[in-house]
Structures are given as structure tokens and as C-alpha cells.
Ligand binder design. Sequence first.
Ligand code: HEC
Length: 124
Amino acid sequence: MRPRSAVLLALLPCLPLSAAAQEKTGAAVYETVCSDCHGTGKDDAPAFGDRKRWGKLVREGLNDLVPAALRGIRKMPAMGGNPALTDLEVARAVVYMANAGGGNFAEPTATDSARWRKKADARK
Ligand code: HEC
């Protein structure tokens, strides 16, 4: 076996990890999906940067906000209407919007988003 193919084979087990790393950032998810409604406040969605609306939501906390975004609430569609997003991507977008509205939340982990998914499914 030539050295180069040996290196490629050695890298193969890393592939699933790099796929996870490619999950979109909160800003990217916001721009491509959430800004449709949250950019303008369509259907009374809390608008991006509106500290009055988001201040109230920030006080409710991520344990309420993220499950609501995952399962949908009134005119807010589940997963922002894009089921191709992962739970972690949706959680990151919630944190991105909440922090733009005055919050100071840390970047969510996969453990966080798994816990929020359980909460969302339990309330269905
Ligand atoms: C089709 C329009 C639409 C899209 C797209 C959308 N939202 Fe919303 N969102 C809403 C509306 C409307 C509300 C207000 C719901 C209410 O309280 O009645 C809302 C509320 C929320 C809330 C507050 C929930 C609560 O507990 O009150 C969060 C968090 C949220 N959206 C996150 C997101 C995220 C993250 C995305 C993108 C992945 C997204 N939204 C995309 C319409 C949208």
C-alpha cells in the first residue's frame, strides 16, 4: 500500500465527526430560515434585535424557548418550517436570536439539544 492511501484510510473513521462539525451556525440558520419571519416580525414573530420582546423570552429561558422552536407554537412552525435542520442547529439559532435581543446564553451543546428534544416531544 502506498503511504498516501494509508493516510486516507486512517482518516476514514473521522468522517462522522466532520459531518457534525459542518452543522450550520446559529447565524447561518437565522439568515437562511428564521429571518423570513423574525427579520420583519411577520405574523407577530418576535423581531430580531427587539429587546422588549426578546427580553421577556430571555427571562423565560432556553428550556422553554428551544422546545417551543422544535415543536412549534401557534404560528411558529416546528423547526422553523425546515425539517432538514438538526435540533442543534435550531437551538443555535434560538441562542443567536436571544443573544441579539439582550440575552447572554452560551453556545448550546449536543447534550443540551438532546434534552430539549425530549422536552419538546413530551409536550406534544
Ligand atoms: C413562518 C414564520 C416563522 C419562521 C420561519 C420562524 N418563526 Fe419563530 N416564531 C414565529 C412566530 C409567529 C412566533 C410567535 C409565536 C407566538 O408566540 O404566538 C415565533 C416565535 C418564536 C420563538 C419564541 C417561542 C416562545 O416560547 O414564545 C422562538 C424561540 C422562535 N420563534 C425561534 C425560531 C427559530 C430558531 C427559527 C428558525 C429556525 C424560527 N423561529 C423561524 C414565526 C416563525
